[in-house]
Design a protein around this ligand. Structure first.
Ligand SMILES: Cc1ncc(C[n+]2csc(CCOP(=O)(O)OP(=O)(O)O)c2C)c(N)n1
Ligand code: SF4
Ligand SMILES: [Mg+2]
Length: 317
């Protein structure tokens, strides 16, 4: 059973640096650090952590310094999942042999960007989930390979301008729809998958605590607004995140045992998708006459997905 942390108030929660230091090289306004702090602050459990190569790893472990006040492993771009699964398997084996002194089990959590998770490390994650390791995998989903200059990943949304799918006179940018990782991981038989966002921090804590309390491989897709690649002012990270969750571009929901879908946040006032797009430079070109039809298509896609999620919630299938 995970040791649930009692959260007194937002100030204490957001300023506590017990396990993740504010001293790091992430851009000002980077949501990665907000998410990591929220996750680590959600529990009192001992944690064994890993990170794939990407902004989080590169900016928090510059030799000989580290921002991590917890056990932390980095190996490569593609394998934070197998690094943590290996640690979990070793812990289990040593425990079975009676060679562990501590009486409480740590929790095992892997972090990876969308490039590392949706694309390059996907087969490793899939293997870990199929083998049923007792671990949590967290995607820091900024919809782009940020650390290497903004190349598109299979999480990049349609119409977004990325360095390998740039918008211009003949192209509106990314042509493919974002991959639905939550459904894919739920289909692996994961007992718990959830989509979260750092602006909805209580919602995030609940999802993380629930995931850590369940035995088996659990999956969290955390929306991570990237000030550099999404092109917005670093002071606006939370405002952009609010637009994402309140326009339902990033709906927050969980799927339990691959079946029971629960919507975990319902905006009181749903914001038009256009407002979310207008706030970011990566979608600037969509407001030119020749591409405006894409904004309408965006809204239709988001509406249809929201209807689908509500139908699934009702049907419990
Ligand atoms: C096998 C391998 N391929 C490519 C790279 C180069 N590389 C390092 S970080 C990175 C991008 C990471 O993108 P993402 O996983 O989305 O994380 P972000 O930086 O966006 O948080 C790439 C391509 C690498 N280190 N190893
Ligand atoms: S480029 Fe984006 S993801 Fe990387 S540190 Fe900067 S804001 Fe964060
Ligand atoms: Mg990324």
């Amino acid at each position: 059973m995970s040791e649930i942390k009692k959260i007194k108030n937002l100030k204490e929660f957001s300023t506590s640096a017990d396990r993740f230091e504010g001293a790091n090289l992430l851009c000002p306004g980077c949501a990665h650090s907000i998410i990591v702090r929220e996750i680590l602050n959600a529990t009192n459990d001992d944690l064994i952590l890993s990170s794939s190569t990407g902004c989080l790893e590169v900016c928090t472990a510059v030799y000989p310094y580290t921002s991590w006040d917890a056990s932390w492993i980095h190996i490569g771009f593609e394998n934070s999942s197998t690094a943590i699964a290996g640690a979990e398997a070793m812990h289990k084996a040593l425990k079975a042999k009676g060679r562990l002194k501590q009486d409480r089990d740590p929790k095992f959590v892997a972090f990876g960007g969308d490039g590392a998770s949706y694309d390059i490390g996907f087969q490793w994650i899939s293997g870990c989930f199929e083998r049923g390791h007792d671990m949590m995998y967290v995607v820091l989903d900024n919809e782009v390979y940020a650390n290497t200059g903004g190349q598109r990943s299979s999480s990049t949304p349609i119409g977004s301008s990325a360095t390998t799918s740039p918008a211009g006179r003949v192209s509106y940018g990314e042509k493919m729809n974002k991959k639905d990782m939550l459904s894919i991981m739920a289909a692996h038989g994961s007992p718990y998958v959830a989509q979260v966002a750092p602006n909805k921090w209580k919602n995030m804590i609940k999802a993380v605590q629930q995931g850590l309390n369940i035995e088996g491989p659990t999956f969290i897709n955390a929306m991570s607004a990237c000030t550099t690649e999404w092109k917005f002012d670093p002071a606006d990270t939370v405002a952009i995140s609010d637009l994402a969750t309140d326009s339902l571009v990033f709906p927050l929901y969980e799927i339990i045992d691959g079946k029971e879908l629960n919507i975990t946040y319902r905006p009181k006032n749903i914001v038009p998708v256009e407002e979310y797009l207008a706030a970011q430079g990566r979608f600037k070109h969509l407001f030119k006459d020749q591409y405006k039809y894409l904004i309408k298509e965006w809204q239709e896609r988001v509406d249809s997905n929201w209807e689908y999620l509500q139908r699934r919630e009702e049907a419990r299938v």
